[in-house]
Structures are given as structure tokens and as C-alpha cells.
Design a protein around this ligand. Structure first.
Ligand code: BES
Ligand code: ZN
Length: 416
């Protein structure tokens, strides 16, 4: 590097650092968890650290949060931080700030999983499922051309951003479509809009009440909103997440054709995921607060760009339950036959985390690996194009059908 270039880099670093410092006191701060390296890069001092996980908790202004996102993006990661929802009491006592052990308990999902896996091995209770011709028949009904049609339609809206001036522009016709799907059935299905206090955008729930144990709920969900984090306002969000949303519509079609199950099945299309799991956060907190008995939560988010090749996917191992990951392994062996890699978001990357934080078992199968996922998300380029693979996307609708039918008609469950 020439002396001139070195000087330019040096000045750049100085300007960036003083900019970061000038932002430090601007606006209210929120508790976040981020990689220690990210916090260091933007000059935010952590209040507590976990060296084992390489994570720190800090108080950050919204500008600082944006900077962390930008630095994380430059590192090829999305988001890069997550907000902490502390209880009112924790906030009042400022406990999380002063207590490393509370901090550890807030971010110890990995340790929890490790402890569980140890117990799991001790009792040798790994999951084995028998093949069911009924489940196989249902899975074979999944039609990838229907998924394609729904993705094309959803990504044709200018935006599905929850902070846009018309946050429900796509919700109205989407609910209409769902209402048409449940017309003329000889059993009861509820299609409901769920309004939120933190966003003007509505979430949507379709509920198929169970015939035997209706208080036991299987959740199949994904976020319907989109975002543009580069230039312009257009946010087609085809892969992220018209794809998972369309998979759920197709899974609903197939499951409806197989009638009500023993347990209740609830489909969700969440609002406002893209700025911090807003819709699912409210819903999961409300489910826990009212003691709803959720047996399993499947999240579909990004399913149609096959970065590792068609029919290779990842199963995320953080913020997910080892029981459901094993259960999924059995369903895959019998009905899907995908190649499944293990992956980690490394932060609260999607709505399943909202449920996981409330103590419910979750599962997140994902389109590719963290090295090869679709980099066009959150931009005007996330459209249906030659990278879109609807047969790949259809695998995830099959997972929803298989999980829904298998768990829906059984008494299987484990704590996580
Ligand atoms: N679909 C993404 C999450 C994702 C992206 C998973 C890339 C795996 C690889 C999701 O819609 C999203 O953008 N999540 C946010 C986090 C949220 C808490 C604001 C993100 O990753 O920035
Ligand atoms: Zn996203």
C-alpha cells in the first residue's frame, strides 16, 4: 500500500471512530446482544460478556444498532445483533446490566441445548418414526406450480414492509384468498387477522381445531413482510419470504384436504419480522402469558434459492429444539429425502426465536448453507429469476405437511 493510501485509510478510521462516538449519546438506548467483535468495531462497550459464546450485551442507540448492521453486512452476515426483551422488573432493577449470571441465562440457549443433548444421550431416547402411507400420500400432493404462482403474486406488490404507508396492502387480498380456500369444507376453520400494538401491519392466523386434543397446538409459520435495506423502496421479497409464505399456503391446501387432526394446527403469516420479529414476538408472548400449549413450532423463512444445489438444505441448530431436529430427520428419511446440513444463524434471525424465547420447541429448515444463501435478499433484486427453484421450495411445503400430519395425529412431544 502506498503512503498516500495508508494515510487515507488512517483518516477514514479516525473519521469513522469519531462519528461513532458522536452518536453515542443520541437518542434512547436499548439492550442488545451482539458479537463482541461487532461491538468493538463500532466502539460500543459491552456491559456484560460471555467469552464462551463470544457475545456481549450492550446498550445501543438506534444509530449504533444501524452501524452494527452495516458492519455485520460488510462481513457477509445479516443483522448482526438482536434486541433483548427484558421483563419490566428486570428493566426496573437494571439487573441485566449488573448481573453477568442473568445475562448468561438470557443468552445461554446453546448451553441449554448442550445440557439437553447430554440428557438425551443418557436416556437414549432418540426419535424413530414408522413409515406411514397416509403421510406419504399427503406429501405427494404438494404442487410446486402453485407455490410458484403464489410467490410471483406476492413479490409483485411494491413492498410488504410493515413501516410503509400501506402496510396491509397485500394482507387484504391474501386473507381473501385464504377465506376462499376454507370455503365449503365440512369442518370448521378460522381465518383471523391479528392486530398488533407495535406495528400497524396485521399478522394472519388460520386455525384448524383438533378433534381429540384441541388444546395441543402445532404452529406452522413464516413472515409475510419484506424490507429494502439498500437503495429505493421496492421490496419484492420473493425468497425472503414470499417463498416460505407460499409453502405454507400450499401446505394448508394439502392439510385441509386431509381433514381435521387430533391436535389443533395453526398457520401463521407474521407481520413486521424484518425489523426485529415484531409480530411473532407479540404473539408468542401472548401465547405464553395465556398458558397456551404449543407442542411444536415450524418456521419457514427463505426456501427457494438452492445455494448448495437442489434438494440440499440446512437445519439450524441454534434457537431450535433437538427433539424436533431429530423428528425432522426421521420425516426426511421417510418422505422428503433431502440432503440436510447443520447450520447456525448465530443470532435471533427469524420468528421461531420469538417462540423459543417463550420456551416452545422450534425447528428451522433453511434453503442452503450460511455460506451459500441468497445474497439478493433485502434488495430490489430479490425477485423470481433464474436462481428461483420451486421444486426446491416445494420440499419445505412437504416438511410442513409431514410435520403437521405426523405430529397432529400423535401424542408425541418433548420439552425441547
Ligand atoms: N430471512 C432472514 C433471516 C436470514 C437471513 C436467515 C440470511 C439466514 C440467512 C430474516 O428475514 C431477516 O432478515 N432477519 C433479520 C433479523 C431480525 C431480528 C431483524 C436479519 O437477519 O437481519
Ligand atoms: Zn429478511
Amino acid at each position: 500500500m502506498s503512503l498516500r493510501n495508508r494515510l487515507a485509510v488512517f483518516i477514514g478510521v479516525i473519521v469513522f471512530t469519531s462519528w461513532a462516538h458522536s452518536l453515542e449519546n443520541a437518542g434512547p438506548r436499548e439492550a442488545i446482544v451482539a458479537d463482541l467483535s461487532m461491538l468493538e468495531k463500532v466502539g460500543v462497550a459491552p456491559k456484560a460478556v460471555s467469552n464462551e459464546l463470544g457475545l456481549g450485551m450492550a446498550l445501543a442507540t438506534s444509530d449504533q444498532q444501524k452501524m452494527i448492521s452495516q458492519v455485520a453486512h460488510a462481513d457477509g452476515r445479516c443483522g448482526g445483533y438482536e434486541k433483548l426483551f427484558l421483563s419490566r422488573q428486570q428493566k426496573m432493577q437494571g439487573m441485566a446490566m449488573s448481573s453477568p449470571s442473568l445475562f448468561a441465562s438470557l443468552i445461554d440457549h446453546n448451553q441449554k441445548n448442550k445440557a439437553y443433548e447430554k440428557r438425551f444421550r443418557l436416556f437414549n431416547s432418540s426419535v424413530t418414526l414408522d413409515y406411514s402411507a397416509d403421510v406419504a400420500e399427503a406429501v405427494s400432493q404438494v404442487d410446486f406450480t402453485k407455490i410458484k404462482e403464489t410467490v410471483e403474486w406476492l413479490s409483485s406488490f411494491e413492498t410488504r414492509y410493515h413501516l410503509s404507508s400501506t402496510p396491509n396492502r397485500h394482507i387484504d387480498p391474501f386473507v381473501q384468498r385464504l377465506n376462499q380456500m376454507v370455503q365449503g369444507l365440512d369442518f370448521n376453520v378460522d381465518v383471523e387477522r391479528i392486530s398488533h400494538s407495535s406495528t400497524r401491519q396485521d399478522s394472519i392466523r388460520v386455525r384448524i381445531p383438533g378433534l381429540q386434543r384441541s388444546q395441543e397446538i402445532i404452529v406452522l409459520g413464516g413472515h409475510l413482510d419484506s424490507i429494502n435495506q439498500s437503495w429505493g423502496d421496492l421490496a419484492p421479497g420473493a425468497d425472503d419470504n414470499a417463498s416460505g409464505s407460499a409453502d405454507l399456503v400450499e401446505a394448508l391446501r394439502v392439510i385441509l384436504a386431509h381433514g381435521p387432526l387430533d391436535r389443533t394446527i395453526e398457520f401463521f403469516w407474521y407481520a413486521g419480522e424484518e425489523t426485529g420479529l415484531v409480530g411473532s414476538g407479540e404473539i408468542a408472548r401472548e401465547y405464553n402469558a395465556t398458558n397456551k400449549d404449543v407442542v411444536a413450532v415450524l418456521q419457514l423463512d427463505m426456501t427457494m434459492v438452492a445455494g448448495e444445489g437442489r434438494f440440499t438444505m440446512s437445519s439450524m441448530t441454534d434457537y431450535t429444539s433437538s427433539w424436533l431436529r431429530e423428528y425432522f430427520g426421521e420425516l426426511n428419511r421417510h418422505y422428503i429425502k433431502a440432503r440436510v446440513l447443520e447450520g447456525r444463524c448465530g443470532y435471533g434471525c427469524s420468528d421461531h426465536v420469538s417462540w423459543y424465547r417463550q420456551g416452545y420447541p422450534t425447528l428451522l429448515p433453511f434453503e442452503a448453507s450460511l455460506q451459500t444463501f441468497n445474497r439478493k435478499i433485502h434488495s430490489v433484486r430479490d425477485i423470481v429469476d433464474s436462481d428461483s427453484d420451486f421444486q426446491h421450495a416445494a420440499m419445505f411445503a412437504k416438511i410442513a405437511v409431514a410435520l403437521g400430519l405426523q405430529l397432529g395425529n400423535s401424542t408425541d412431544r418433548q420439552p425441547y
